[in-house]
Design a protein around this ligand. Structure first.
Ligand code: NAP
Length: 298
């Protein structure tokens, strides 16, 4: 029978509380397997990532691969997915499969889910990452196509993919859904009306889903980044590289790897721990409108 540092029996019929916090800490240091070098809890877990062809999604694929997880990758650019899958296998993923996915189309999402079923009967971790911003026009000059794309991907895409994949998660009574939101979902900015609305929608979907899934063993998190340098601005400004580069000029934004690290951390907490909401901003970005820029050296 195990005994606590105070000499009391642990786990036997006379189980008593461990005497004090310091002794408890010491006891856990000696007996808690979480402090030993164990294989990653993510090893051989099936991780599904939407928007895995670039930015956060591609970096998350590599970060999960390094933990020995198996990957299901989706996005529209299959050539890019292929390269990410190859790199993920080299980084340690036992399996890294990919398939075209357009989260703006219910038919595409359902076909993707059918393909997932041919690969694995279960999904352990779902990362709803696909999305982005289109344009920076004020409402008075907004374009229907931009508005529709932002709502289709950031809002309806999360709903469609979650609905299609939940049947592959619920039977395990455990699993993690991580939605990628934004600080834009919490604070509005000029020219961001629809992107901010879309990410505010993502935040409320995350909260509602957590309530709906309470008791199933599934946990639901949102990770809400601030300024990060990916293809995000290039997409927002429709391929205008000079305008996209200006967004990051003189400041130190987050990298895709920073967010990937946070995603893996949230997904690898013990099963009873849910990190509900995580906001990550660059140190240079104290608030959405307060971004420190170093002036160019004269
Ligand atoms: N970078 C930032 O500053 C920042 C900050 C906060 C939140 N976010 C959010 O983080 C997420 C990832 O963005 P990122 O920064 O990594 O930008 P990114 O490099 O542009 O990546 C966006 C990803 O979403 C995919 N995607 C876009 N539309 C899609 C669709 N209809 N169907 C399937 N996949 C689609 C893209 O793949 P394909 O084009 O190949 O389909 C790409 O893989 C987005 O939800 C974005 O809103 C970004």
């Amino acid at each position: 029978m195990l005994t606590s540092p105070g000499g009391r029996a642990i786990g036997g019929p006379e189980t008593t509380a461990i005497p004090d916090p310091v002794a408890k800490e010491q006891f856990h240091a000696e007996h808690d397997t979480r402090t030993f070098h164990m294989p990653s809890s993510l090893a051989r877990q099936w991780v599904l990532i939407t928007g895995a062809s670039s930015g956060f999604g591609a970096a998350a694929a590599l970060a999960f691969a390094r933990e020995g997880a198996s990957l299901l990758l989706g996005a529209r650019r299959v050539d890019k997915l292929k390269a990410v899958a190859r790199a993920a296998r080299a980084a340690g993923a036992p399996e890294a499969k990919f398939q075209p996915l357009d989260v703006a189309s219910t038919a595409s999402v359902n076909a993707f889910a059918e393909w997932v079923r041919t690969v694995t009967p279960r999904v352990d971790i779902l990362i709803n990452n696909a999305g982005g911003a289109h344009g920076l026009d004020p409402v008075a000059e907004g374009k229907d196509a931009d508005w529709e794309t932002m709502l289709q991907t950031n809002v309806l895409g999360v709903l469609r993919v979650t609905r299609a994949i939940l049947p592959l998660m619920l039977p395990q009574h455990a699993g993690t859904i991580i939605n990628i939101g934004s600080i834009a979902g919490r604070v509005a900015y000029e020219g961001g009306a629809v992107y901010c609305a879309a990410k505010a929608g993502e935040l409320q979907i995350t909260r509602a889903l957590r309530l709906e899934l309470c008791g199933t063993g599934l946990r639901v998190a949102t990770i809400d980044p601030g300024l990060a340098e990916t293809e995000f601005s290039l997409v927002r400004f429709k391929g205008d590289t000079a305008r996209a580069a200006k967004v990051y000029e003189g400041t130190q934004p987050l990298t895709a790897a920073d967010i990937a690290e946070a995603i893996v951390w949230v997904a690898s907490r013990p099963a009873h721990v849910c990190v509900d909401e995580m906001i990550i901003k660059p140190t240079d970005q104290a608030a959405i409108h307060k971004l420190y820029r170093r002036t160019a050296a004269k």
